[in-house]
Ligand binder design. Structure first.
Ligand SMILES: NC(=O)c1ccc[n+]([C@@H]2O[C@H](COP(=O)([O-])OP(=O)(O)OC[C@H]3O[C@@H](n4cnc5c(N)ncnc54)[C@H](OP(=O)(O)O)[C@@H]3O)[C@@H](O)[C@H]2O)c1
Length: 376
């Protein structure tokens, strides 16, 4: 198993291999109320991965209440130690029995693991919040961004003795819809064109290491090692590595199309996307072009975005300062800028915006923990 980026590591500091979850968080002066006997029991599936490690950071940062927590990964990692909330835990191998007595399980071990173990856990009464694409488009499984469509998981609560599956949307969809939904509610999006600039972290901890390794190799004049990606990533960019589907779009692009419709409960909205991997360590960027049914000028859009939860604006034309992946790395909120009228559309029916968000945090772990908070 590869070693993931830890919560406090920034893109510029990620130059040497950090140990797995190296620094147990020191107890702060404030009293932590998260470990409570009456609180739900948790399991983190894929705890050694990029998203799994971020789950631990977010749970701790938000004082998520829990009575116990199981740290689960593959056989390869069984026995490793991980730190959480000032204590050390031993990683256990994921098995069918892992979910006995578990109230909430946060899954991030890939689609095949979710498909194999998610339904079994739900049958045992566990509420599964799944980060993979396994159940996102399954009818009856809520696909939730808490700021956007919390109503989709209405009635699902811990303590009712009933398990459930809840899906976390794709990271690019979450980041995009965090910024676009407030505009959609005001003026109704008819068509959305998304171009993404996606970071290595979206492909997991091993991909981040490969980018570091390739950067060193290329600078040293050596051929880059390509294990995770099939081509040179350092000092390059390429079409997203997701498989290409029959219509010529790759799966990442089609996720943006289909998930937007499900989350907005709008089968009519037209969405197209081009997804690109760029050699950025962490946090995705997205250029979004919008066409509205009703007029929306850029000042009103700015006002709507200013008030939107989980969104902040970086849009200083005078100094040419707009959102960057570094601005949002390790941050909860999504940054929006380049807010401008689309001059190719008549009147105030079109806008262009540029969005950046940490896809391990809001695009994965934070969104899932926010969902878990709504279960309490
Ligand atoms: N990275 C992102 O930004 C992001 C965003 C949204 C969603 N996701 C989704 O989250 C999932 C994990 O992504 P990641 O980026 O965290 O990947 P990662 O860094 O490669 O981590 C994968 C995790 O899955 C575990 N795992 C693999 N095989 C397993 C098995 N047979 N049984 C139990 N655990 C197993 C690994 O454990 P070992 O250490 O034992 O191998 C590791 O903990 C994927 O479904 C991905 O699509 C990722």
């Amino acid at each position: 198993m590869t070693t993931p980026l830890t919560h406090h590591t920034t893109q510029t500091h990620f130059l040497s291999k950090p140990p797995l979850n190296p620094k147990p968080r020191a107890f702060s002066a404030r009293v932590k109320m998260s470990l409570q006997q009456s609180a739900p029991s948790l399991a983190v599936v894929g705890v050694t991965g990029a998203v799994g490690q971020e789950f631990l950071s977010v749970l701790s940062d938000r004082d998520f209440p829990y009575s116990s927590v199981k740290m689960l990964a593959s056989k390869r990692s069984a026995g490793k130690r991980v730190a959480f909330d000032g204590r050390e835990y031993t990683v256990e191998e994921l098995t069918a029995e892992s979910f006995d007595g578990v109230d909430i399980a946060l899954f991030s071990a890939g689609g095949s693991i979710s498909k194999e173990f998610g339904p079994r856990a739900a049958e045992k009464g566990t509420i599964v919040v799944d980060n993979s694409s396994a159940f996102r488009m399954v009818e009856g499984v809520p696909l939730v961004i808490p700021e956007v469509n919390p109503e989709a998981m209405r009635g699902i609560k811990v303590g009712k003795g009933k398990g459930a599956l809840i899906a976390n949307p794709n990271c690019s969809t979450i980041i995009c819809l965090m910024a676009v939904t407030p505009l959609h509610h005001h003026a109704k999006v008819k068509r959305m064109v998304v171009s993404t600039y996606q970071a290595a972290s979206g492909a997991g901890a091993a991909a981040m290491e490969e980018l570091v390794q390739q950067t060193r190799e290329v600078l040293a004049g050596k051929p880059p090692t390509c294990n995770i990606f099939s081509q040179q990533y350092a000092f390059n960019l390429f079409s997203h590595n997701a498989p290409i589907t029959e219509n010529g779009y790759n799966e990442e692009e089609m996720k943006l199309v289909k998930e937007t419709r499900k989350i907005w409960n709008d089968t009519e909205v037209k969405v197209t996307a081009t997804c690109i991997r760029v050699p950025v360590m962490r946090a995705h960027a997205e250029s979004v072009n919008l066409q509205f049914e009703n007029p929306l000028d850029e000042n009103t859009a700015r006002e709507l975005l200013r008030k939107a939860p989980g969104v902040y604006i970086i849009d200083d034309r005078a100094s040419n300062t707009f959102p960057t992946p570094l601005d949002v790395s390790n941050k909860d909120d999504v940054a929006v800028g380049r807010i401008r009228r689309d001059v190719s559309q008549d009147g105030n029916f079109g806008l262009d915006i540029f969005v950046c968000g940490d896809q391990i945090r809001k695009g994965a772990a934070l969104n899932a923990v926010q969902i878990a908070e709504m279960l309490l």
